[in-house]
Write a protein that binds this ligand. Structure first.
Ligand SMILES: NC(=O)C1=CN([C@@H]2O[C@H](COP(=O)(O)OP(=O)(O)OC[C@H]3O[C@@H](n4cnc5c(N)ncnc54)[C@H](OP(=O)(O)O)[C@@H]3O)[C@@H](O)[C@H]2O)C=CC1
Ligand SMILES: Cc1cn([C@H]2C[C@H](O)[C@@H](COP(=O)(O)OP(=O)(O)O[C@H]3O[C@@H](C)C(=O)[C@@H](O)[C@H]3O)O2)c(=O)[nH]c1=O
Ligand SMILES: [Mg+2]
Length: 289
């Protein structure tokens, strides 16, 4: 199996690269070689690599900055995603596209299922939602995987921010009224691989569509921070105590959903694969750092 992955230094791209082995070639290409805003660079990459499947985790992911850079966010997350999907479709190649829990408004009581109404609260979520629709419209062999709260050893994420800030401070104020599921990037990469294998094993199967793929369980950002510090402390790493605050106490340019828990039943039953608990990723991440 040969997989073309967009982006080279992203959290998920790097973890996919780590899964390459004999019989599984994983080619990660980023800017300037592959630029989501340059159709020619995508076509050239597909022609050169001749992949069995294309995976698209590259994205504009700066949630707050997107509020003032709407065009840049849509150029990558909406138009760029469409371009990757349509270039793949031209060669009859399936695409696995990565999306986000931030497509939801967050006012549902329970976990969101794939058929629930969307309603992004910010520009980033809106651009990702537009990307999902475009990908599904232009490539009949498209899988859209919505994941959430990604953390891992590579790149920037909430876990690394917490460890960094804890070096200088004893108490961190963290919002406790946004509910979701931290998901470890290497587990996301393994999940993507399971999807690729299924798609190639059953080319005519009934798999195209949207799926929710997050770790087991749920927490809040404050709960995640507490768990990070508990595990870090026990390993002799940086630690701090967490003061639970509300979203109103922590003003940001972009509004985040209060609830972005995702139901993963459809993903698990279709692809016969489940992700480990969000907690179990923390120790693995600290060990890898
Ligand atoms: N991070 C998170 O918490 C979550 C992420 N997601 C989604 O998961 C996917 C992976 O996220 P993650 O790995 O964290 O993202 P990162 O922010 O770690 O990486 C994004 C990558 O996209 C690349 N990129 C940006 N613009 C372009 C472009 N025009 N052409 C080519 N590459 C580009 C970046 O390159 P460069 O390094 O050069 O900037 C970077 O390598 C994304 O689609 C994201 O929307 C979903 C839920 C949560
Ligand atoms: C750093 C920090 C953040 N927060 C809050 C702000 C926010 O509500 C929440 C998370 O902050 P961050 O900016 O790290 O996370 P954010 O950029 O919102 O993360 C999102 O990224 C995109 C790409 C996604 O797709 C989402 O799934 C999600 O992971 O924690 C605190 O309360 N205290 C703090 O010290
Ligand atoms: Mg952020």
């Amino acid at each position: 199996m040969r997989i073309l992955v967009t982006g080279r230094d992203g959290q998920v791209s790097r973890c996919l690269a780590d899964l390459a082995d004999e019989g599984r070639e994983i080619v990660c290409l980023g800017r300037p070689d592959l630029d989501l805003t340059e159709r020619a660079s995508i076509e050239a990459a597909i022609a050169a690599v001749r992949p069995d499947v294309v995976v698209n985790p590259a994205a504009y992911t700066a949630v707050d900055k997107a509020e003032s850079e709407r065009e840049a966010a849509f150029a990558v997350n909406a138009t760029g995603a469409e371009t990757v999907a349509s270039a793949a479709a031209t060669s009859g190649i399936p695409i696995v596209h990565i999306s986000t829990d931030y497509v939801f408004a967050g006012d549902k009581d329970g976990p969101y299922v794939e058929t629930d109404e969307t309603g992004p609260t910010g520009v980033y979520g809106a651009s990702k939602l537009d990307g999902e629709k475009r990908v599904l419209a232009v490539n009949p062999k498209a899988v859209v995987l919505r994941t959430a709260w990604v953390y891992g050893p590579h790149g920037n994420n909430f876990l690394k921010t917490m460890l960094r800030v804890a070096k200088d401070r004893d108490v961190l104020r963290v919002v406790a009224d946004q509910h979701g599921t931290p998901t470890y990037a290497p587990d996301i990469a393994a999940g993507i691989l399971a999807v690729c294998e299924h798609v190639l094993a059953q080319p005519e199967g009934d798999w195209p569509g949207i799926y929710h793929m997050v770790a087991e369980g749920e927490t809040t950002w404050a709960g995640f921070a507490e768990a990070i510090f508990e595990r870090s402390r026990s390993r002799g790493g940086p630690t701090a105590s967490v003061e639970a605050i509300t979203t109103a106490d922590y003003p940001t340019p972009a509004r985040r959903p209060a609830n972005s828990r995702l139901d993963t039943q459809k993903f698990q039953s279709t692809f016969r694969h489940g992700l480990p608990s969000w907690r179990s990723g923390i120790d693995r991440c600290l060990a890898a750092l």
